[in-house]
Design a protein around this ligand. Structure first.
Ligand code: GLC
Length: 570
């Protein structure tokens, strides 16, 4: 447990006991209020949510350290495991245990996660994307910023913040390098998609080499990396109570550079962020160019995290003002135009077109004929979601998992919208969860549409990979969203489904098929974020107070002219 441990022993109400700082208190009161919502969750860590969760999901968060000592197979991993533990700033070496034997999958998961840790100059700095030696490596031997997030959160929840701190400092250092694609210089704030450690056996030295999109397939810069970096910095600060990392000039500058990139003025008429295809988790051509929900939700969350982390000096204040204005405009735009439920669908179905002037109802001139047939069947009477993209005469009605979950976690979704998203997941269980959680998007594109939209991508064939494949990593986002909306039973059901296969199948990167029944055509095995995502989901279910690390309460931070200390409190 981290020093900002939450005491949940009285009345199930969360209260920080030893952070020595009041800046977290109000937010945690919010969390406990939130957890007291309609279907309350018992956040007393000494008791389980119900009998079932203890008998079927008994968890010790990580195998005890002596496990590694006794395990012949993992003797190779002693060094970095030891360094991870011995350098823990909290000075304890055994991961928490609630006295129960770990679930065998949890046990194996932690072992695999620790094997994926990458060392740089004898310090842990991240986790490799996949440890699958049987497959072609491509760039899976690198530390991806987005992939490291679930690993980082798992380490934070297990009271091991050091690797996260190292990662944050190394990546902010990489951000300051000059980056070029051919002769074109990229923006200063661009964070790498991934990096790797290069060993020079002659000089016996190590250096870091990073990819900002200039080596990536398709040469797209990762817009999401900078946002995840800010979100992780806030998670670290929240979890450890250590504000000194975020306060470092490097980190303040890193944040400001990212913000400068995405808050700069241009020709935009919308507050959403205009992006190229493939600039996020879906890093190939998949028709997500324009204003993809994944980026908009991460943008919103990163802005809110930055508002909490920016120092209140002149520069910080200037950014805070710009952030607050953007947050207002962005939330209005997203909640109004990206939101789809049965009523909204019916309205679009009946839209008039070619309206001119401020009074137009169909502002983007969307043609009702562009509504795909599937959306009428997919839309339940109860439920709704943020659609994939909105731009002039173009609405991408696909459902995307990451964007919708992050919308819930960041409170971009209103509480009503958040429960509607959960309702839809329940109502469309077969389609979205099926036999392996969780669809990256729904539905798939086939034949002509696949040819036109993906450019005939053989990896993204129908119901595979990014094109309607099922990605185990997404379980952590689903679980966090379930806890936030007071519906942990949905996550529990999904995890049970995943548990039947994940370990047996060696933690694949993704599954294929309409129901996610088949291990993905080109899926890597021992994909680190599949492992970390599962462990994280289990930890959050066991102790929902962890949610505060990755969740933000409703809009209070958006009030203009906020003082920094006050912004932490909301
Ligand atoms: C694939 C995924 C991307 C991930 C990378 C490494 O390219 O699309 O989101 O970061 O693999 O796992």
């Amino acid at each position: 447990m981290s020093p900002s441990a939450i005491d949940t022993s009285q009345n199930g109400h969360a209260k920080h006991v030893d952070s020595g700082s009041s800046i977290f208190e109000i937010e945690d009161t919010d969390l406990s209020r939130l957890l007291d919502k309609p279907r309350p969750i018992n956040i007393d860590r000494n008791r389980s949510f119900d009998e079932r969760s203890f008998s079927e999901m008994s968890i010790s968060l990580s195998p005890p350290r002596h496990f590694y000592r006794n395990s012949e197979n993992s003797s190779r991993t002693f060094d970095h495991i030891d360094s991870l533990y011995s350098t823990s700033i909290h000075g304890f070496s055994s991961p928490r245990s609630n006295g129960f034997e770990p679930h065998p999958i949890v046990f194996e998961g932690w072992e695999a996660l620790r094997r994926s840790v990458v060392q740089y100059r004898r310090q842990p700095v991240g986790t490799i994307a996949a440890l699958d030696h049987s497959a072609e490596e491509l760039n899976y031997d690198q530390v991806f910023v987005r992939d490291f997030v679930p690993s980082a959160l798992a380490f934070l929840m297990n009271g091991e913040p050091e690797i996260v701190k190292n990662f944050i400092l190394k990546t902010v250092h990489l951000q300051s390098r000059e980056k070029k694609v051919d002769q074109f210089k990229l923006g200063e704030g661009v964070m790498p998609a991934s990096f790797k450690v290069l060993h020079d056996p002659i000089r016996n030295s190590e250096t870091l080499s990073a990819d900002y999109g200039e080596s990536a397939i398709g040469r797209v810069a990762p817009v999401d990396s900078g946002f995840w970096w800010i979100i992780l910095l806030r998670a670290y600060t929240k979890s450890t109570g250590d504000t000194s990392l975020a306060d470092m000039p490097e980190c303040q500058r890193g944040m400001r550079l990212i913000l400068s990139l995405c808050l700069s003025e241009g020709f935009d008429t919308f507050p959403t962020l205009l992006c190229a295809d493939g600039c996020c988790m879906i890093d190939r051509r998949m028709g997500v160019y324009g204003y993809p929900i994944e980026i908009q939700a991460l943008f919103f969350m990163a802005l809110r995290c930055a508002l909490q982390l920016l120092k209140h000096d002149d520069e910080g204040k200037e950014f805070a003002d710009r952030i607050v204005k953007r947050l207002h405009a962005l939330s209005y735009h997203m909640r109004s135009y990206f939101w789809l439920d049965i009523k909204q669908l019916n309205d679009i179905y009946r839209y008039k077109t070619e309206e001119y002037s401020h009074t137009a109802v169909n502002k983007f001139n969307v043609m009702p004929d562009s509504l795909p047939d599937w959306v009428f069947d997919f839309m339940p009477s109860r439920g709704g979601y943020f659609i994939g993209n909105v731009s002039p005469a173009r609405m991408d009605f696909r459902w995307f998992c990451l964007g919708n979950c992050v919308a819930i976690l960041s409170s971009l979704a209103t509480p009503e919208q958040a429960s509607a998203i959960m309702d839809l997941i329940e109502e469309r269980w077969g389609e979205l969860i099926g036999e392996m959680p969780l669809k990256i998007c729904y539905p798939t594109m086939e034949s002509h549409e696949w040819r036109i939209v993906t450019g005939c991508d053989p990896k993204n064939t129908s119901w595979s990979y990014h094109n309607g494949g099922s990605w185990p990593v997404l379980i952590w986002l689903l679980t966090a969203a379930c806890i936030k909306t007071g519906r942990p039973q949905i996550a529990r059901r999904a995890i049970e489904v995943a548990e039947t296969r994940l370990l047996k199948d060696h933690w694949p990167e993704y599954y294929d098929g309409k129901l996610g029944r088949y291990i993905g055509k080109q899926a890597r095995k021992f994909q680190t974020w599949s492992i970390a995502g599962y462990l994280l989901a289990k930890m959050m279910l066991e102790d929902p107070s962890h949610l505060g690390m990755i969740s933000l309460e409703e809009d209070k931070q958006m009030k203009p002219h906020m003082k920094r200390s006050a912004s932490w409190m909301c």
